[in-house]
Design a protein around this ligand. Structure first.
Ligand SMILES: Cc1cc2nc3c(=O)[nH]c(=O)nc-3n(C[C@H](O)[C@H](O)[C@H](O)COP(=O)(O)O)c2cc1C
Length: 242
């Protein structure tokens, strides 16, 4: 006896559509694998594959960049705040040094970022970066200075000097950089703002004069910048300085 289907017309319709879909997807899979199988060595296939990898790579890169950039920016801000706290005593300010920072246009056209420290709205100190040319390249120095032009603190943020020779400019390796505290342009007099080998007041390191010379010069230039632009800096003006 012939088997009688007990499915309703609706169920039969669903089964029919499912079978049709399965057949279509099988045809598509066969078609694609046929194409890629036949054309595995064709330039079109290879460039499509390359394009696909590039696309996947770009999407992954963009996603991870978006996910990490905020965290990196936050970490950089924390690092900067940490360095700023080393060159300006915390008791001197109650503002956010990074949020209140501004660009001071130099005559050269460059811009110097100024971090103003204020207590109850009154400017008490400033911090900014200066650069020296050492043995291994640029030395990035952060200098904190009070409103009278006296050095509050100096820290080397970045350098490429030789370990064991020029890296004594790092506070973690030597106290040398603390020797700037409390000094100003007139104390010692201008001609003494040099290493001892050049007739100045500051120690050089044994076998390494270029590095400390560069830092002394950078700090001196930082003090001169304050001296030349004192009024503008104290009034938080950001236009042309020297
Ligand atoms: C491999 C090598 C690395 C050096 N690294 C430094 C350095 O980081 N900082 C530095 O001041 N001198 C460094 N020096 C020594 C300088 O060349 C120079 O002799 C020294 O700074 C003394 O300088 P002066 O002749 O001006 O007194 C290095 C020398 C050599 C051979």
């Amino acid at each position: 006896m012939k088997h009688q289907s007990r499915k309703s017309p609706f169920q039969r319709g669903v089964t029919y559509r499912a079978l049709k879909l399965k057949k279509r997807s099988r045809q598509l899979t066969r078609g694609l694998s046929g194409f890629f199988g036949r054309n595995r060595k064709s330039p079109l296939y290879l460039s499509m594959l390359l394009g696909l990898f590039a696309l996947v790579g770009a999407v992954l890169l963009a996603t991870s960049h978006q996910a990490t950039s905020q965290a990196i920016a936050q970490r950089l801000k924390e690092d900067l705040l940490g360095s700023l706290a080393m060159v300006i005593p915390e008791k001197l300010y109650d503002n956010d040094l990074v949020r209140d920072s501004y660009g001071f246009k130099l005559k050269s056209g460059d811009e110097r970022i100024i971090y103003p420290a204020a207590k109850k709205g009154r400017l008490s100190a400033l911090a900014y970066q200066v650069t020296g040319q050492g043995y291994g390249g640029s030395i990035l120095v952060l200098i904190g200075i009070d409103s009278k032009g006296q050095v509050l603190g100096v820290r080397v943020l970045q350098h490429a000097e030789t370990p064991g020779l020029g890296d004594k400019i790092e506070v973690a390796r030597s106290k040398w950089v603390l020797g700037f505290n409390g000094l100003s342009l007139g104390n010692p007099p201008a001609e003494k703002w040099a290493v001892k080998k050049d007739g100045g007041r500051f120690d050089q390191f044994s076998g390494a004069t270029i590095t400390p010379r560069a830092v002394v010069l950078a700090v001196r230039k930082g003090l001169e910048f304050f001296e030349h632009n004192r009024l503008k800096l104290l009034n938080r003006q950001s236009e042309a300085g020297s």
